[in-house]
Design a protein around this ligand. Structure first.
Ligand SMILES: [Zn+2]
Length: 439
């Protein structure tokens, strides 16, 4: 495989078994380190500290969640009792945005920072960024990882990086044109703002000559119409370049040039588990849906064991991709906060969505889950939009078929009623799948 299409071909083309062997070795070192160096885990693990769990036995260890990290930082400010290396080793301090509670302080050693940049660069090369590119980085540099850490990621590709940050749009547009910049790294909503400014001056986005858009930090890119509109306006390739969690790994996943799914790029830094709503580990096969749980296997500061990301992922592929990479592919299809319970079974809205989308001849793909009253619920009620071409005399047949598709996925009864095409509101951002109504 030509080296210019992969940053680490020796790792990125490894078969699953070989990746797993490498992960086991890294994990053994990490486990010995964590149980010695992390006061948080020494306490949390108790007697389990004496065990030597393989990655297969990771389920014997408890899960860790973000609330525990916050509490740990309250107890020992600023890095928390889960900090595992001395202050002398810390070279960078980031803070999370704190949108879901108090900001977390994130510490990285030199080695951590280098590893994060190298894995991020792997993702950017998968997206199509090359050392010959000039890329302007337009995310906020104020403390969060999207700024300087993503900047270092772009630099690690070998591309020429222009640190721009946010604001001052007019100067940005001039800079792109003057410097012959070929790629932009920003949020997916930013190009629309730039386009408005350009068109206000009678100019067209294509004049800027950008060939690649690297996006992260917001939802929306999974909607084909949104991508196509942006690609048509700008003439650049649109890539979801950056799925990650700053407390775990800034760039866990990105698209490659051959699929719109995300590759899991961090296999030599993280061990990933996908758990069903009861906490059981699911095999990473195409079609698996569950919460992504990550364990660091090569981290110095603030290592995490079995950390709950709260993101629900759907595995979309394993084995070699058309791009040559062997890392499994996934989509982020929800949050565990959206989970609800029917007859004792925890259900993700994404499982309902799969049932609704399974037969495009019956449904448009738009739907709502109706929850009446506070629960408990003994069945799931779904309003799904009929496909545009479905004749009304086939609605009842379609509703029954979709109910059966959902039942097979969730193991609980579904009652589906069809509503006319285009009658459910479309939202640009995150759709609220659940409609709570009084009894
Ligand atoms: Zn690929």
């Amino acid at each position: 495989m030509p080296h210019d299409r992969m940053l680490h071909p020796e790792f990125e083309t490894l078969l699953d078994r070989a990746v797993r062997d490498q992960q086991e070795q890294a994990w053994r070192r990490q486990w010995d380190y964590v149980r010695e160096a992390s006061a948080f885990y020494a306490h949390k693990l108790g007697r389990l500290r004496d065990a030597s769990p393989s990655l297969d036995r990771l389920q014997d260890l408890p899960l860790t969640d973000k609330e525990e990290l916050r509490a740990s930082q309250e107890q020992s400010y600023p890095f928390g009792t889960y900090g595992a290396c001395p202050e002398e080793m810390i070279v960078r301090l980031h803070r999370t945005s704190g949108t879901t509670g108090r900001a977390l302080n994130l510490a990285n050693s030199k080695r951590d920072a280098d590893r994060i940049a190298a894995i991020g660069a792997r993702a950017m090369v998968a997206c199509g960024l090359r050392p010959s590119d000039r890329v302007v980085h337009c995310l906020n540099y104020c403390m969060w990882t999207g700024g300087v850490t993503d900047h270092m990621t772009l630099e690690a590709v070998g591309a020429t990086v222009v640190p721009y940050g946010v604001g001052n749009t007019a100067q940005l547009l001039e800079t792109i044109a003057e410097l012959g910049i070929t790629a932009i790294s920003c949020t997916p909503s930013y190009p629309a703002l730039l386009e408005r400014s350009l068109r206000g001056h009678g100019r067209h986005p294509r004049e800027l000559g950008l060939r690649l858009g690297l996006f992260g930090g917001e939802a929306g890119l999974d909607t084909p119409a949104f991508r196509e509109t942006m690609e048509a306006a700008w003439g650049f390739g649109v890539r979801n370049a950056n799925y990650g969690l700053s407390e775990v790994l800034s760039t866990i996943g990105s698209q490659c040039e051959r699929t719109t799914d995300l590759h899991f790029h961090g296999g030599d830094y993280l061990f990933a588990e996908v758990l069903d709503p009861s906490g059981q580990r699911l095999p990473i096969y195409e079609g698996t849906v569950g919460e992504l749980v990550c364990t660091h296997i090569d981290k110095e500061c603030q290592p995490l064991l079995r950390y709950r990301t709260r993101d629900v992922v759907t595995v979309t592929g394993t084995g070699p991709c058309a791009c040559g990479r062997t890392a499994w592919r996934f989509r982020v299809t929800g949050r565990t906060d959206d989970m609800f319970n029917v007859r004792g079974i925890n259900i993700f809205p994404s499982a309902i969505r799969e049932g609704v989308e399974a037969h495009p001849g019956f449904c448009s793909g738009q739907f709502r889950i109706v929850l009446r009253g506070p629960g408990p619920y003994d069945r799931v009620e779904v309003r799904a939009e009929a496909a545009e071409t479905l004749a009304p005399d086939r609605w009842s047949e379609a509703a029954d078929a979709v109910a059966e598709l959902i039942r097979k996925r969730i193991g609980a009864t579904a009652v589906v009623s069809l509503v006319p095409f285009d009658s459910l509101p479309r939202t640009a951002g995150k759709t609220a799948w659940i409609e709570r109504v009084a009894q």
